[in-house]
Design a protein around this ligand. Structure first.
Ligand SMILES: [Fe+2]
Length: 268
């Protein structure tokens, strides 16, 4: 398996530590043949994505996975996200999704499958498992694409791709922000790489994500924004637009770039 999270770039130490700690803490990594998965899922409607996602490092997450350590302290995202919100979000909400996913998976055959394979055939499973497995993974991604290091902006290949797809970074941010602001009720805004290798903006309800077979706009997510009220209500109350606008101050663009490069490599 190509280890796509070990590319030596500045700023990736926390990422490596993140997964190193995961391994040390006993996270179950199922090494499943990408070829056998592709053969099983070739008729599932998105063959390119189905063949690409097994190459992603996080594909090998599965049932009985443990919640991973936050790559920063609860108060590191202040003043844009307050410490109490981060503590409750991580230690209560994400912890519950993780616990529920593991309990629900024990009653299905998912316990033997990689997480992304579950997403690719999610219609076969109970909604309770879908919601909690989505909640487990979406937050795992979400924690990594935020950082206390403010002042970052997209660079390199990612910047070029954003300009190609949306015209400018400003227009991209406007489109992504609107996806979050206009998502009715609880959900997420996404920036994903679709099966043509293009960046696309979308939103999903509940804990759905672009990897799920039931989601309209599919792709490999590289940036996610949680717009559930639990992500912002203590600090922003009903002012979701203010939370969305503050989000740009804490995006870890180095991690988004790493995920973008990983997605493109997987699609080759
Ligand atoms: Fe959340």
């Amino acid at each position: 398996m190509k280890n796509l999270i070990s590319s030596p770039s500045a700023g990736q130490n926390s990422r490596r530590d993140f997964f190193k700690k995961a391994s040390l803490s006993g996270i179950a990594l199922f090494v499943t043949s990408k070829f056998s998965f592709a053969a099983r899922s070739a008729s599932a409607g998105n063959p390119t994505l189905n063949q690409a996602v097994p190459k992603l490092a996080e594909y090998h997450l599965t049932a009985q996975s443990k919640q991973l350590p936050l790559p920063y302290a609860y108060n590191d995202l202040e003043p844009y996200v307050d410490a109490r919100t981060m503590e409750i979000h991580y230690s209560k909400h994400h912890a519950a999704y993780t616990k529920n996913m593991n309990e629900a998976s024990a009653t299905t055959d998912y316990i033997t499958k990689p997480l992304f394979q579950l997403f690719s055939e999610i219609e076969k499973y109970p909604v309770f498992l879908k919601n909690n497995a989505g909640g487990f993974y979406n937050h795992l991604l979400f924690w990594t694409i935020m950082s206390h290091s403010t002042g970052q902006e997209p660079e390199g290949n990612l910047l070029s791709a954003i300009n190609d797809s949306f015209g400018s970074v400003a227009k991209f941010k406007e489109g992504f922000s609107n996806a979050g602001k206009k998502q009715f009720g609880s959900g997420w805004a996404w920036l994903s790489v679709n099966e043509q290798g293009k960046l696309v903006i979308s939103s999903t309800q509940n804990q759905d994500n672009p990897l799920m077979s039931t989601t309209e706009v599919k792709g490999i997510p590289v940036l996610a924004m949680d717009v559930w009220e639990h992500a912002y209500y203590l600090q922003y109350q009903n002012r979701r637009p203010d939370y969305v606008d503050s989000f740009w101050k804490i995006v870890n663009w180095k991690e988004v770039s790493r995920r973008y490069d990983e997605a493109l490599s997987a699609l080759k």
